[in-house]
Design a protein around this ligand. Structure first.
Ligand SMILES: C[S@@+](CC[C@H](N)C(=O)[O-])C[C@H]1O[C@@H](n2cnc3c(N)ncnc32)[C@H](O)[C@@H]1O
Length: 262
Protein backbone atom coordinates (compact mmCIF):
# COMPACT_ATOMS: atom_id res chain seq x y z
CA UNK A 1 0.00 0.00 0.00
CA UNK A 2 2.34 2.58 -1.41
CA UNK A 3 0.96 5.86 -0.05
CA UNK A 4 -0.09 4.77 3.40
CA UNK A 5 2.55 4.06 6.00
CA UNK A 6 2.03 0.61 7.50
CA UNK A 7 3.10 1.90 10.92
CA UNK A 8 0.14 4.31 10.82
CA UNK A 9 -2.26 1.52 9.86
CA UNK A 10 -0.85 -0.63 12.63
CA UNK A 11 -1.28 2.16 15.20
CA UNK A 12 -4.89 2.69 14.16
CA UNK A 13 -5.60 -1.06 14.30
CA UNK A 14 -4.02 -1.20 17.76
CA UNK A 15 -6.26 1.65 18.96
CA UNK A 16 -9.33 -0.10 17.58
CA UNK A 17 -8.40 -3.47 19.04
CA UNK A 18 -7.86 -1.85 22.44
CA UNK A 19 -11.21 -0.07 22.23
CA UNK A 20 -13.04 -3.30 21.42
CA UNK A 21 -11.34 -5.21 24.18
CA UNK A 22 -11.87 -2.34 26.63
CA UNK A 23 -8.17 -2.62 27.66
CA UNK A 24 -4.75 -3.07 26.06
CA UNK A 25 -4.36 -6.47 24.39
CA UNK A 26 -1.57 -8.87 25.27
CA UNK A 27 1.20 -9.03 22.61
CA UNK A 28 -0.03 -12.46 21.49
CA UNK A 29 -3.65 -11.32 21.13
CA UNK A 30 -2.47 -8.21 19.34
CA UNK A 31 -0.45 -10.30 16.88
CA UNK A 32 -3.46 -12.58 16.21
CA UNK A 33 -5.76 -9.59 15.77
CA UNK A 34 -3.42 -7.90 13.24
CA UNK A 35 -2.95 -11.12 11.33
CA UNK A 36 -6.69 -11.71 10.98
CA UNK A 37 -7.48 -8.08 10.10
CA UNK A 38 -4.67 -7.82 7.58
CA UNK A 39 -5.63 -11.08 5.92
CA UNK A 40 -9.27 -10.03 5.57
CA UNK A 41 -8.27 -6.64 4.20
CA UNK A 42 -5.76 -8.16 1.77
CA UNK A 43 -8.49 -10.42 0.41
CA UNK A 44 -10.62 -7.35 -0.31
CA UNK A 45 -7.69 -5.55 -1.96
CA UNK A 46 -6.84 -8.57 -4.14
CA UNK A 47 -10.47 -9.01 -5.12
CA UNK A 48 -10.91 -5.38 -6.19
CA UNK A 49 -7.51 -5.15 -7.90
CA UNK A 50 -8.50 -8.08 -10.11
CA UNK A 51 -12.01 -6.72 -10.57
CA UNK A 52 -10.88 -3.27 -11.78
CA UNK A 53 -8.18 -4.78 -13.97
CA UNK A 54 -10.69 -6.81 -15.93
CA UNK A 55 -13.96 -5.01 -15.48
CA UNK A 56 -15.58 -2.35 -13.36
CA UNK A 57 -19.06 -1.44 -12.21
CA UNK A 58 -22.04 -0.76 -14.47
CA UNK A 59 -23.23 2.70 -13.57
CA UNK A 60 -26.31 4.66 -14.46
CA UNK A 61 -25.44 7.16 -17.19
CA UNK A 62 -23.68 10.30 -15.88
CA UNK A 63 -26.76 12.47 -16.58
CA UNK A 64 -28.85 10.37 -14.18
CA UNK A 65 -26.09 10.17 -11.59
CA UNK A 66 -25.54 13.94 -11.79
CA UNK A 67 -29.19 14.53 -10.81
CA UNK A 68 -28.89 12.00 -7.99
CA UNK A 69 -25.77 13.57 -6.54
CA UNK A 70 -27.22 17.07 -6.94
CA UNK A 71 -30.34 16.00 -5.04
CA UNK A 72 -28.26 14.35 -2.35
CA UNK A 73 -26.03 17.41 -1.88
CA UNK A 74 -29.05 19.72 -1.78
CA UNK A 75 -30.74 17.51 0.83
CA UNK A 76 -27.52 17.39 2.88
CA UNK A 77 -27.02 21.16 2.59
CA UNK A 78 -23.61 20.83 0.90
CA UNK A 79 -22.53 24.31 -0.23
CA UNK A 80 -21.03 25.07 -3.68
CA UNK A 81 -17.28 24.52 -3.72
CA UNK A 82 -17.42 22.28 -0.62
CA UNK A 83 -14.62 19.78 0.08
CA UNK A 84 -15.91 16.28 -0.70
CA UNK A 85 -14.26 12.98 0.26
CA UNK A 86 -15.41 10.08 -1.94
CA UNK A 87 -14.65 7.01 0.19
CA UNK A 88 -14.10 3.76 -1.73
CA UNK A 89 -14.16 5.75 -4.96
CA UNK A 90 -13.43 2.77 -7.25
CA UNK A 91 -12.38 4.08 -10.68
CA UNK A 92 -13.64 7.57 -9.96
CA UNK A 93 -17.09 7.70 -11.54
CA UNK A 94 -18.78 9.53 -8.63
CA UNK A 95 -15.72 11.69 -7.91
CA UNK A 96 -15.78 12.92 -11.51
CA UNK A 97 -19.40 13.97 -11.19
CA UNK A 98 -18.80 15.72 -7.85
CA UNK A 99 -15.98 17.57 -9.56
CA UNK A 100 -18.19 18.51 -12.51
CA UNK A 101 -20.75 19.84 -10.03
CA UNK A 102 -18.08 22.24 -8.78
CA UNK A 103 -17.00 20.47 -5.59
CA UNK A 104 -13.39 20.13 -4.48
CA UNK A 105 -13.22 16.34 -4.45
CA UNK A 106 -10.70 13.80 -3.19
CA UNK A 107 -11.32 10.15 -4.08
CA UNK A 108 -9.76 7.41 -1.99
CA UNK A 109 -9.71 3.65 -2.34
CA UNK A 110 -7.69 0.82 -0.85
CA UNK A 111 -7.28 -0.84 -4.25
CA UNK A 112 -4.15 0.35 -6.08
CA UNK A 113 -5.71 -0.67 -9.40
CA UNK A 114 -8.81 1.41 -8.70
CA UNK A 115 -6.69 4.49 -8.04
CA UNK A 116 -4.40 3.90 -11.02
CA UNK A 117 -7.42 3.66 -13.33
CA UNK A 118 -9.21 6.60 -11.70
CA UNK A 119 -6.11 8.73 -12.31
CA UNK A 120 -5.98 7.58 -15.94
CA UNK A 121 -9.68 8.33 -16.50
CA UNK A 122 -9.79 11.67 -14.64
CA UNK A 123 -6.28 13.16 -14.51
CA UNK A 124 -7.51 16.47 -13.09
CA UNK A 125 -8.90 14.93 -9.90
CA UNK A 126 -7.05 14.10 -6.68
CA UNK A 127 -7.09 10.33 -6.01
CA UNK A 128 -5.20 8.60 -3.23
CA UNK A 129 -4.64 5.03 -2.09
CA UNK A 130 -5.94 5.14 1.47
CA UNK A 131 -7.56 2.80 3.94
CA UNK A 132 -10.93 4.25 4.92
CA UNK A 133 -10.45 2.87 8.43
CA UNK A 134 -7.16 4.74 8.95
CA UNK A 135 -7.55 8.09 7.20
CA UNK A 136 -4.60 10.46 7.57
CA UNK A 137 -6.55 13.73 7.63
CA UNK A 138 -7.28 15.93 10.63
CA UNK A 139 -10.74 17.10 11.60
CA UNK A 140 -12.23 19.88 9.51
CA UNK A 141 -10.63 18.53 6.32
CA UNK A 142 -13.91 17.83 4.49
CA UNK A 143 -17.44 19.24 4.39
CA UNK A 144 -19.07 16.15 2.91
CA UNK A 145 -17.95 12.55 3.26
CA UNK A 146 -19.64 10.27 0.74
CA UNK A 147 -19.36 6.51 1.36
CA UNK A 148 -21.30 4.42 -1.13
CA UNK A 149 -21.15 0.63 -0.92
CA UNK A 150 -17.79 0.58 0.89
CA UNK A 151 -16.81 -2.93 2.00
CA UNK A 152 -16.21 -1.74 5.59
CA UNK A 153 -20.00 -1.32 5.94
CA UNK A 154 -20.51 -4.92 4.82
CA UNK A 155 -20.93 -6.14 8.39
CA UNK A 156 -23.67 -7.04 10.83
CA UNK A 157 -21.48 -5.98 13.75
CA UNK A 158 -22.91 -2.61 14.69
CA UNK A 159 -20.10 -1.64 17.11
CA UNK A 160 -17.60 -2.10 14.24
CA UNK A 161 -19.78 -0.04 11.91
CA UNK A 162 -20.22 2.69 14.54
CA UNK A 163 -16.48 2.75 15.11
CA UNK A 164 -15.89 3.27 11.43
CA UNK A 165 -18.50 6.02 11.16
CA UNK A 166 -16.86 7.77 14.13
CA UNK A 167 -13.53 7.53 12.31
CA UNK A 168 -15.06 9.13 9.18
CA UNK A 169 -16.63 11.81 11.33
CA UNK A 170 -13.11 12.60 12.54
CA UNK A 171 -12.19 14.22 9.20
CA UNK A 172 -15.40 16.27 8.93
CA UNK A 173 -15.88 19.94 9.59
CA UNK A 174 -18.37 20.88 12.29
CA UNK A 175 -21.70 21.11 10.51
CA UNK A 176 -20.44 18.82 7.74
CA UNK A 177 -22.33 15.74 6.61
CA UNK A 178 -21.43 12.10 6.36
CA UNK A 179 -23.51 10.28 3.74
CA UNK A 180 -23.63 6.53 4.16
CA UNK A 181 -25.15 4.81 1.16
CA UNK A 182 -25.53 1.18 0.29
CA UNK A 183 -27.84 -1.36 -1.21
CA UNK A 184 -30.04 -3.96 0.39
CA UNK A 185 -32.96 -6.17 -0.53
CA UNK A 186 -33.75 -6.30 3.22
CA UNK A 187 -33.58 -10.12 3.24
CA UNK A 188 -30.86 -10.48 5.89
CA UNK A 189 -28.99 -12.77 3.50
CA UNK A 190 -25.65 -12.55 1.77
CA UNK A 191 -25.96 -11.81 -1.96
CA UNK A 192 -24.75 -14.81 -3.95
CA UNK A 193 -22.82 -12.94 -6.61
CA UNK A 194 -21.15 -10.18 -4.64
CA UNK A 195 -21.09 -11.52 -1.05
CA UNK A 196 -22.66 -8.21 -0.02
CA UNK A 197 -24.70 -8.54 3.14
CA UNK A 198 -28.34 -7.47 2.68
CA UNK A 199 -29.16 -5.79 6.00
CA UNK A 200 -32.67 -6.16 7.34
CA UNK A 201 -34.69 -3.03 8.02
CA UNK A 202 -34.11 -3.40 11.77
CA UNK A 203 -30.36 -3.55 11.20
CA UNK A 204 -30.54 -0.46 9.00
CA UNK A 205 -32.31 1.37 11.82
CA UNK A 206 -29.28 0.63 14.00
CA UNK A 207 -26.84 2.26 11.55
CA UNK A 208 -27.13 5.68 13.19
CA UNK A 209 -24.34 5.83 15.77
CA UNK A 210 -24.96 7.24 19.25
CA UNK A 211 -22.94 10.43 18.53
CA UNK A 212 -25.15 11.50 15.60
CA UNK A 213 -27.42 14.02 17.22
CA UNK A 214 -28.98 15.35 14.06
CA UNK A 215 -29.41 12.58 11.53
CA UNK A 216 -31.57 12.26 8.43
CA UNK A 217 -32.84 8.90 7.35
CA UNK A 218 -32.24 6.07 7.08
CA UNK A 219 -34.27 6.15 3.92
CA UNK A 220 -34.83 3.56 1.27
CA UNK A 221 -34.90 5.00 -2.20
CA UNK A 222 -33.67 4.30 -5.69
CA UNK A 223 -31.45 6.26 -8.07
CA UNK A 224 -34.23 6.30 -10.71
CA UNK A 225 -36.63 7.77 -8.16
CA UNK A 226 -34.02 10.28 -7.07
CA UNK A 227 -33.61 11.35 -10.66
CA UNK A 228 -37.35 11.70 -11.27
CA UNK A 229 -38.70 13.00 -7.98
CA UNK A 230 -37.74 16.01 -5.90
CA UNK A 231 -35.57 15.09 -2.87
CA UNK A 232 -38.51 15.75 -0.54
CA UNK A 233 -40.30 12.80 -2.15
CA UNK A 234 -37.47 10.46 -3.10
CA UNK A 235 -35.70 10.72 0.28
CA UNK A 236 -38.49 10.57 2.80
CA UNK A 237 -40.14 8.29 5.33
CA UNK A 238 -43.28 7.72 3.20
CA UNK A 239 -41.24 6.47 0.23
CA UNK A 240 -39.21 4.34 2.60
CA UNK A 241 -42.39 2.75 3.96
CA UNK A 242 -43.59 2.01 0.42
CA UNK A 243 -40.24 0.55 -0.67
CA UNK A 244 -40.17 -1.71 2.35
CA UNK A 245 -43.20 -3.49 0.87
CA UNK A 246 -41.30 -4.62 -2.22
CA UNK A 247 -40.40 -8.31 -2.28
CA UNK A 248 -36.89 -9.26 -1.15
CA UNK A 249 -35.38 -9.68 -4.61
CA UNK A 250 -35.53 -5.90 -5.23
CA UNK A 251 -32.45 -4.02 -4.09
CA UNK A 252 -33.15 -0.57 -2.66
CA UNK A 253 -30.60 2.16 -2.03
CA UNK A 254 -30.14 3.00 1.61
CA UNK A 255 -29.27 6.59 2.47
CA UNK A 256 -28.27 7.86 5.87
CA UNK A 257 -27.13 11.47 6.35
CA UNK A 258 -25.24 12.13 9.59
CA UNK A 259 -24.58 15.74 10.58
CA UNK A 260 -21.43 16.45 12.52
CA UNK A 261 -22.95 18.72 15.15
CA UNK A 262 -20.75 19.95 18.03
C1 LIG B 1 -18.65 -2.22 -3.82
S1 LIG B 1 -17.27 -1.19 -4.26
C2 LIG B 1 -18.07 0.40 -4.36
C3 LIG B 1 -17.29 1.37 -5.15
C4 LIG B 1 -17.95 2.73 -5.39
N1 LIG B 1 -18.18 3.47 -4.17
C5 LIG B 1 -19.24 2.55 -6.13
O1 LIG B 1 -20.30 2.64 -5.53
O2 LIG B 1 -19.16 2.28 -7.32
C6 LIG B 1 -16.37 -1.09 -2.76
C7 LIG B 1 -15.08 -0.26 -2.88
O3 LIG B 1 -14.58 -0.01 -1.57
C8 LIG B 1 -13.18 -0.18 -1.62
N2 LIG B 1 -12.73 -0.49 -0.25
C9 LIG B 1 -12.92 -1.63 0.46
N3 LIG B 1 -12.38 -1.53 1.68
C10 LIG B 1 -11.82 -0.29 1.74
C11 LIG B 1 -11.08 0.39 2.74
N4 LIG B 1 -10.83 -0.15 3.93
N5 LIG B 1 -10.66 1.64 2.45
C12 LIG B 1 -10.91 2.22 1.25
N6 LIG B 1 -11.58 1.61 0.27
C13 LIG B 1 -12.03 0.36 0.51
C14 LIG B 1 -12.95 -1.30 -2.61
O4 LIG B 1 -11.64 -1.32 -3.11
C15 LIG B 1 -13.99 -0.96 -3.67
O5 LIG B 1 -13.47 -0.10 -4.65
Amino acid sequence: MGEMRSSERRDEMRRRADRHAGRALSPLMEFAYFAIMEQAQQRIIDYYNAFYDSDGFDYYPPEITREVLKALCRRAGVKPGARVLDVGCATGFYSAIFSELGYDVTGIDISETAIRRAREFYPGIRFEIQDATALPWAEDSFDFVFALGVSVANTRRMPALHDWLAHLRGVLATGGTLALLGGSDLSGEVAKRSDWFNHTWNEILEFTPPWAREAHGPWLTHFRLMQLLPPSLSMCDATTRLLRLLPARHVRNIILLLKNTP
